[in-house]
Design a protein around this ligand. Structure first.
Ligand code: BG6
Length: 490
């Protein structure tokens, strides 16, 4: 087993992310032996907690999230946690932290490796990174890395500012920008499916693929995050990061090697080839929507405008669908359709690759029902793949779609904790492949900024969709205009 030895310093340890994702992930790494006894976690926060309080919260978190009930395991795990009440603007806090880190290195025999994890309000990220550097917290025998949660800026300009700030303190290869979709099992599998299978390798281009559809729908609404979401909307919350990451994995060229640099540079090329969506083309290529009232799993739910901390005249989009074109040799002419939204009919993340029809299909000519071949990559809640072919209906002359399936439920239904676990481990191992490079972040902001600028300037009404539906009808029309339609994702 590969094992890591490091101190995790969590800025924002009293928050929701730490409790729901980070503590359970660290625990799983410990339980599986990826973390041996040589690790420690320092939780930081403004609140006046102490070690005991933090440990109680960690224990509750692993009981609630993982159902862990073995006190002897949790006890030995909890020993590694301590808490420091911290003021990010105060120098003394950093020197106190530094002293603490030296003590922990000694106690747990850790060779000075440190991960600084930013899991708090983003406005402080830059300042914290600089103070870590200026107050000597990077001066250790081991390595130091910075993990940054989203949002990485709120537009290109603020992202550049943030990046400049953190780059004064950490080099690009010490910075790990989290996109938790990159930790999902089946998102990581996209590359294997594409690059380890001759049947797909040779078909993966504009000669054989008609279009690619990427859906990430949620049933949840804004869940008390109205304050954040009002400023973000689905475009910044999901498209700038997760959706574009999936598109670049689907469209990237075969990398020279499976190395971090080779893979990231191929992904960056895709983003550079994305056709900018500006001016008039926005209307033709991007659809936004906002959920109204409706029903989810038989339960009535309120509309977005009625949610807490949401302005009753809000024009924040809770749904986005877009047609993306990649202007390079391989993809010219192939639309990549993406859609994502809250309060939709199902929680589902899926990719459908629709292949072109044969130039002449004898069976369709005979009025038999044949459809295009599909490759469906199931990301969540089920994981796996389906290949849809045409076959003969047994005992009849008719043709019928045949589904070759390999699907299973993910261990955790929404597989988000597992994604965090994998990414944390990669970070400890110094593998940044599944983290966003600055160039990816900046290129995706450029695309998103043009769209949100046009929306904020336009006086047009936002289409609404019923909660529990698959989004506004405009999103269907987006594909119909090209002679396609969304494949079902249930
Ligand atoms: C987050 C968004 O990045 O991703 C949330 O901020 C969204 O709004 C979540 O709910 C979706 O993640 P997952 O893993 O549940 O698909």
């Amino acid at each position: 087993i590969e094992q890591a030895e490091a101190v995790f310093v969590i800025f924002g340890s009293t928050g929701d992310l730490a409790k729901r994702k980070l503590f359970p992930s660290i625990y799983n790494l410990y339980r599986k032996g990826n973390l041996n006894e040589h690790f420690a976690v320092v939780g930081l926060g403004r609140r006046e907690w102490d070690d005991e309080k933090l440990r109680t919260v960690v224990m509750e978190s692993i009981q609630e999230e993982l159902g862990e009930q073995r006190p002897e395991v949790t006890e030995s795990f909890l020993k590694h946690f301590s808490y420091l009440s911290f003021d990010v603007t105060n120098k003394d806090s950093y020197s106190e932290l530094n002293d603490k880190l030296h003590i922990l290195d000694e106690t747990f025999q850790i060779p000075g490796n440190r991960i600084f994890y930013m899991a708090m309000a983003p406005e402080f990220f830059g300042q914290i990174a600089q103070s870590i550097h200026n107050e000597g917290l990077k001066d250790t025998q081991g390595w130091t890395r910075l993990v940054i949660e989203k949002p990485f800026g709120t537009d290109l300009q603020s992202a550049i500012r943030l990046n400049d700030e953190i780059r004064q303190a950490f080099s690009e290869d010490e910075i790990y920008r989290i996109d938790h979709y990159l930790g999902k099992e089946m998102v990581q599998n996209i590359q294997v499916i594409r690059f380890a299978n001759a049947i797909f390798g040779s078909l993966w281009n504009n000669r054989h693929i008609a279009n690619i559809q990427v859906t990430s729908s949620e049933q949840l609404g804004v869940e008390g995050r109205g304050g954040y979401y009002e400023k973000s909307g689905a475009l910044r919350d999901m498209v700038q990061n997760h959706m574009l990451q999936m598109v670049s994995l689907l469209a990237m060229d075969v990398p020279l090697r499976l190395s971090t640099d080779d893979i990231r540079s191929e992904k960056i090329k895709v983003l550079r080839a994305l056709r900018p969506i500006v001016g008039e083309s926005i209307k033709e290529n991007v659809v936004r929507g906002q959920y109204g009232r409706g029903e989810i799993n038989g339960q009535e739910v309120i509309g977005y405008l009625e949610e807490e901390n949401v302005s009753d005249s809000s024009k924040t989009e809770t749904y986005v669908a877009a047609k993306l074109m990649i202007d390079n040799h391989v993809w010219a002419g192939v639309p990549f359709y993406i859609r994502t939204g809250k309060r939709m009919a199902v929680k589902s993340t899926k990719i459908v690759v629709e292949f072109k029809e044969l130039p002449l299909n004898l069976y369709s000519k005979e009025n038999k029902q044949t459809g295009p071949n599909l490759l469906i990559i199931h990301i969540q809640p089920d994981e796996g793949m389906t290949i849809v072919l045409n076959g003969k209906k047994i005992g009849s002359a008719d043709t019928t779609p045949v589904h070759l399936q390999y699907r299973h439920d993910s261990e955790d239904r929404f597989n988000t904790p597992e994604a965090y676990e994998r990414l944390l481990f990669d970070c400890m191992m110094g593998d940044a492949t599944n983290f966003a490079h600055w160039d990816e972040v900046s290129l995706s902001w450029s695309l998103v900024d043009a769209i949100s600028k046009a929306w904020s300037e336009s006086g047009e009404k936002l289409p609404t969709y019923r909660a529990g539906s698959m989004g506004p009808k405009e999103a269907d029309e987006l594909l119909e205009a090209d002679g396609f339609s969304w494949w079902p994702v249930e």
